[in-house]
Write a protein that binds this ligand. Structure first.
Ligand code: UDP
Length: 327
């Protein structure tokens, strides 16, 4: 029997890759998205589409009434800086939106949910690599919303038997290796899409936020994971819930640190473009380095990052961005 999955936020950058992977594996998919961060270009003909907001409770009800074997919930606002200035927006969209989803899921007997959590829930690293036992102390309101939702999921598991996987993403990067996802992120703030925009002339230069960190070249070091590896983990997490009927909290990173300067150097080589940079002051809330331990994901899900080397991440992004070159 074909399993039916509702992907909320399925038109976004990570969501569309998750949808692609589900379709490749034979799942029946419906995307629910308000297209605020996502775009129509990221939709696939094989999947159903409902254009609506998770704050629109009647629409959630109407959609879930059809019955689903599971939900993958990636719909959220995600700009950490903005969350410090407009916390209300983040509280309502991320926290209230998820409560709506849980209430509708309970109403229609949907008992499995995969949730996009984030490394932002850990805050300043106390040791590295960061494992799932690391204390949680978010440094920004965005991270706080993700942590609150994880706690909510634990309560709904206990009181309503809804099983969840909270996937704590580190730094997602790259694009579908077969070139089937083409939508660009709107006003990106993350390093690789910004580098890509500079490479194709959509932006003048990359601002490097600090080069006096305690890392091998002074610039921030992060754990980048290819978005296809990330997508694969969603499907494995779904299968895990089916098999074991147990909830799960798990880190997803590559354990492979890359600095800002290393990313720029590699991008120059791969794209053959100049990529001007200017070193400016540190960005508030940034830390020198963030590295994940993904041992648990490997053990419990049998997951392994396969495409998370820096060359593959940059080259697959460039395949999409090079179409936008402006001389
Ligand atoms: N970064 C930068 N310039 C940019 C965007 C990011 O120098 O325009 C740096 C940032 O300071 C950090 C790294 O790139 O060291 C990754 O930042 P990103 O926002 O992609 O992810 P974060 O780890 O902060 O969530």
């Amino acid at each position: 029997m074909v399993m039916k999955i509702l992907v909320i936020g399925g038109a976004g950058y990570i969501g569309s890759h998750v949808v692609r992977t589900l379709l490749d594996k034979g799942y029946a998919v419906t995307v629910f998205d308000n297209l605020s961060g996502g775009c129509k270009e990221n939709l696939f003909d094989e999947a159903g589409f409902v254009e609506a907001d998770i704050l629109n409770f009647p629409y959630l009800f109407k959609t879930m009434k059809d019955g689903f074997d599971g939900i993958i919930h990636l719909a959220a606002l995600k700009a950490a800086g903005e969350s410090m200035v407009e916390p209300e927006k983040y509280a309502i969209n991320n926290i209230t939106g998820t409560i709506n989803i849980l209430c509708a899921a309970w109403e229609f007997g949907i008992k499995r949910i995969i949730f996009s959590s984030s490394a932002a829930i850990y805050g300043e690293p106390q040791y590295q690599p960061i494992d799932e036992e690391h204390p949680t102390n978010p440094e920004n309101f965005y991270g706080f919303t993700k942590l609150e939702i994880e706690k909510m999921l634990q309560w709904f598991d206990r009181l309503r038997g809804i099983k969840f996987s909270a996937l704590r993403y580190f730094n997602a990067a790259g694009y579908d290796l077969k070139g089937r996802v083409r939508g660009l992120e709107k006003n990106p703030e993350n390093l690789l899409p910004v580098v890509m925009e500079v490479a194709c002339g959509m932006r003048e230069k990359l601002l490097i936020f600090g080069d006096d960190y305690d890392t091998r070249d002074g610039t921030g070091l992060r754990d980048y994971i290819h978005v296809e590896d990330l997508a694969e983990a969603h499907v494995l997490a779904l299968e895990h819930i089916y098999k074991t009927d147990e909830s799960l909290i798990v880190n997803l990173g590559s354990e492979n640190g890359v600095t800002v300067k290393e990313m720029v150097e590699k991008a120059r080589k791969i794209t053959g473009r100049k990529i001007p940079v200017e070193v400016v002051g540190r960005r508030e809330g940034d830390t020198a380095s963030v590295l994940a331990s993904s041992e648990y994901a490997k053990k419990i899900l049998g997951w392994k990052p396969r495409h998370s080397d820096i060359d593959t991440m940059i080259a697959s992004s460039w395949e999409v961005y090079k179409d936008k070159i402006k001389e």
